[in-house]
Design a protein around this ligand. Structure first.
Ligand SMILES: Cc1cc2nc3c(=O)[nH]c(=O)nc-3n(C[C@H](O)[C@H](O)[C@H](O)COP(=O)(O)OP(=O)(O)OC[C@H]3O[C@@H](n4cnc5c(N)ncnc54)[C@H](O)[C@@H]3O)c2cc1C
Length: 470
């Protein structure tokens, strides 16, 4: 465990109060392990500021002492980007969790970075406002506004409402040079130069610490129908994705999983399989609207070829029961062992081929591995989860990510690059693009103190001192 310099800790405590700087490893340990357990680091201290001014002061102290800092929200990130793997200070945003200014006229809300997605959804929907926050993901109870912006989280409703970047109407952040940028007016049309909110979305804590955001809200759709469809193969399932996207505009979610994952979920949660038969591939489809979408969804489903079995319901508890089979995948897979999680996107026309091929790609490198595939099919997003191989063995990751890039896909659909995928970033980004990113990094974080181990990471010396001269 890196030891904290006493003067450094004193300076932090003078800003946030003694109670909000932790150096005891018993306390800091939980902040140093990621959700999967795959990434375990160590930190000299965890600091928990309560305001943007305190965040700015903390960054100033880090600059002065040459200490690198990793921002942390709910610590649900899946690419080892939010934990201190090279001895960074952990800056936790969890005390900054207020959600205010729900504007029913404009349909907007301002949320501090440490608010969870569930808190934003609850605040948006309070007093029967008829509004909600469009971003939704299974980690909603812990994942924060700051974390979801920093990773540009996607989630379950991207097909209808877009990703986190698409919800951003303004942002407040402390940049790496300690300056505060605040643009929370929320004008949907505002072409006054560079879009800093859009730039910070997906920046993984490398350019600034997000402290608050102005977020777009969408109308709650009062009627909702969920269908679970079974298919004999990935090919018929993906054909159905294409068909449904075209014929059912009320679709809000279109999720894919396979029999192996379903069996794992049933075993872990003590559930019965959802359909009378046990098909190989499944689509979970949810439609919503101001009027009952059941007829639209049913007729779109009946036009599909290759559906072997289906359950359709608009009853709340039965809908939630169907969702469990999809949402419990992440947890069920983690119980098998520490997974290698490769969150990729493939062009829709190449998706079925990829789904069939990827287990062979894995087996050719690691015959003992198990592969579980699921994801947000409407956007070509597949989570390739591989268990049964050593945590540090990257041969399988390499083979899968190269096969993704060869098909014109993205090595990160929604989780980001983090520390997990930085060595493969060049598969998706040209030298000119990387040079532009490094120039932006240098401009906004001149000392290279913000999350130096992720995304564009150069070789970072172990210890608490950040690399100079980005
Ligand atoms: C069960 C489960 C389901 C999930 N489902 C999805 C899904 O459907 N879609 C999806 O996209 N992701 C999903 N995730 C991944 C994860 O929830 C998201 O990446 C989420 O955006 C992380 O938010 P967080 O607050 O936990 O961030 P953290 O894990 O704390 O941090 C993630 C990254 O953001 C940076 N960061 C955090 N806060 C700030 C800040 N205030 N300012 C600057 N940088 C910051 C960190 O340094 C790190 O690089 C899932 C995870 C789990 C465990």
């Amino acid at each position: 465990v890196p030891t904290a310099d006493a003067r450094f800790v004193r300076a932090l405590a003078d800003v946030v109060g003694d109670a909000h700087v932790a150096t005891d490893p018993e306390i800091t340990r939980g902040y140093c392990v990621d959700w999967t357990g795959r990434y375990v680091g160590a930190s000299p201290a965890v600091v928990r500021p309560s305001s943007t001014a305190e965040v700015a002061a903390v960054i100033g102290i880090c600059r002065e002492h040459g200490v690198a800092v990793v921002a942390q929200g709910g610590n649900t990130g899946l690419v080892g980007g939010g934990v201190p793997l090279v001895g960074e200070l952990v800056l936790s945003l969890t005390r900054m969790a207020s959600v205010a200014n729900v504007d029913l006229v404009a349909g907007q809300v301002t949320a501090q970075a440490g608010s969870t997605i569930a808190q934003v959804q609850a605040a948006a929907g309070a007093s029967s406002s008829g509004l909600t926050y469009a971003v939704d993901l299974a980690s909603r109870a812990s994942a924060t506004v700051g974390g979801t912006i920093a990773t540009n989280a996607g989630g379950l409703r991207v097909v209808r409402f877009g990703d986190t970047r698409a919800q951003l109407l303004g942002i407040e952040a402390v940049l790496g040079d300690g300056s505060v940028v605040s643009h929370l007016g929320g004008l949907p049309r505002d072409n006054t130069g560079y879009d800093l909110a859009g730039l910070l979305a997906g920046s993984e804590g490398t350019l600034g610490i997000v402290t608050a955001a102005r977020l777009r809200l969408v109308p709650v759709q009062p009627f909702r129908t969920t269908a679970l469809l079974g298919f004999t193969s990935a090919f018929t399932a993906i054909d159905a994705v294409v068909g449904l996207r075209r014929t059912a505009p009320s679709i809000e979610a279109l999720e894919l999983f396979f029999r192996s994952g379903l069996e794992l979920v049933c075993e872990m949660a003590g559930l019965q399989p959802p359909l009378a038969s046990l098909p190989d591939a499944y689509l979970l489809v949810e439609s919503s609207g101001p009027a009952d979408p059941t007829d639209e969804l049913s007729s779109a489903v009946s036009a599909l070829v290759g559906v072997t079995d289906a359950a359709v319901t608009s009853d709340g508890p039965r809908r939630r029961a169907l969702w469990q089979y999809r949402e419990l995948h992440t947890e069920a897979i983690s119980r098998v062992g520490i997974p290698h999680k490769l969150d990729v996107a493939i062009p829709l026309r190449a998706l079925a081929d990829f789904l069939v091929e990827v287990p062979h790609v894995v087996a050719s490198v690691a015959p003992e591995a198990r592969v579980f595939l699921f994801g947000h099919a409407a956007d070509g997003n597949v989570h390739v989860n591989i268990t049964g191989i050593p945590v540090d063995d990257l041969a399988v990751d390499d083979a899968v990510l190269r096969s993704v890039a060869e098909r014109g896909g993205s090595i990160s659909a929604e989780h980001g690059i983090g520390s997990a995928k930085r060595k493969w970033l060049h598969l998706n980004r040209s030298a000119a693009e990387l040079a532009a990113m490094i120039a932006i990094k240098r401009a906004l974080d001149p000392d290279g103190i913000l999350n130096p181990n992720v995304l564009l990471s150069p070789v970072v010396p172990r210890g608490t001192v950040a690399p100079r001269g980005w």
